[in-house]
Design a protein around this ligand. Sequence first.
Ligand code: TXA
Ligand code: MG
Length: 288
Amino acid sequence: MLRAGGLVVLPTETVYGLAADAANPQAVARVFAAKGRPAFNPLIAHISGAVMAAGLVEVGPLAVDLMARFWPGPLTLVLPVREGAPVAALARAGLRTLAVRAPAHELAQAVIAGLGRAVVAPSANASGALSPTRAEHVTLDVPVLDGGPCRWGVESTIVGIADGRATLLRPGVISAEALGVALVKHADNAAISAPGQMVSHYAPRQPVRLEATAPEGDEYWIGFGAVAGEENLSVEGDVVEAAARLFDALHRAQASGRARIAVAPVPEMGLGVAINDRLRRAAAPRPA
Ligand code: TXA
Ligand code: MG
């Protein structure tokens, strides 16, 4: 299907992705159309590993080190694109950089190997909506390769590398401390270098209230640790378990029919940083 320019939903270790042949401009355009994604928001090229990356982007010592330590795995690197790289310009929204990631998932890797080249794969949700972490969460009209629940449940960490310096563009599975490299602070208004970091994102249909230690009115209340909730992301207060359950809980809350959703405080530690990033965007004012 990918060879014929079609779309397929693929499991990865983070979230499900909407896959297309990165080298086929029509197929890439179909990804933007299927998601209702603005054309200025670039896609990640999913690849088998460092060798395939070297054909697409310019790889310096810092990138080599990060690839060696974290690939295959939930780390995306934004690097200068190579002249003539076999990736449609639309996939990088015309930027001179390309995001690349080698997923640690057998099915995703098998599909990349079968196609023999990079696969673009944004999260398989309508633009701005909740990410799918189970095949059942996918509402797009595209065939789904069911790989069961995703191991991590939040997206990859995105690091941009320019002039030998690394910038954290999106907090994700791998914490800033675990990366173990010096990070340049990313200015919040540097919108163009991380176009996907739209303020409202990962949002259920209902309004979301954060830091909720008790429900108000008919809110669907998602707990964490000792803050019980009507369901709990992790009774033990484990942020890894909470991340794996986050989108599943938000999908259930969305389907509950309740008018609002409330979420207990989650500590800003380890995967909690990525969880809180997603929650803050879910709770942000929506575009009109
Ligand atoms: O875990 C993940 O990364 C998942 C799975 C499916 O691999 N994919 C994912 O893709 O989260 P998506 O499209 O939902 O998010 C990709 C993010 C967006 O925020 C986008 O703006 C950013 O990566 N991005 C892609 N290319 C970029 C580039 N050249 N420069 C800066 N940001 C880029
Ligand atoms: Mg996404």
